[in-house]
Unconditional design. Structure first.
Length: 90
């Protein structure tokens, strides 16, 4: 799935407000495919984790697929980053 520059900007903007699971899942897709200019599996996994917490079934699927491409240190870093993001939201 390709996102336009406008869609990418909208997703980044949504994250600063009250994002929905779909917004976070889209951000995970952007990072996992390099549509934002760089492929970053740790960042993608973080957003998929957060989207899954918000009930996104697609994010659960993508996170599982992505985990197969990552080592345990990368997964741990993504989980830490997700917890840190959540901590800043409350």
């Amino acid at each position: 799935m390709a996102f336009t520059d406008v869609e990418t900007a909208q997703v980044h903007e949504a994250v600063t407000g009250e994002p929905k699971g779909d917004d976070l899942c889209k951000l995970g897709l952007i990072y996992s495919t390099g549509q934002g200019g760089v492929i970053d599996y740790v960042e993608a996994h973080k957003w998929f984790n957060l989207a899954a917490l918000m009930g996104s079934e697609a994010a659960k699927h993508y996170r599982r697929e992505l985990s197969g491409e990552m080592d345990s240190d990368q997964i741990a870093a993504a989980q830490r980053a997700a917890r840190e993001w959540l901590a800043t939201r409350h």
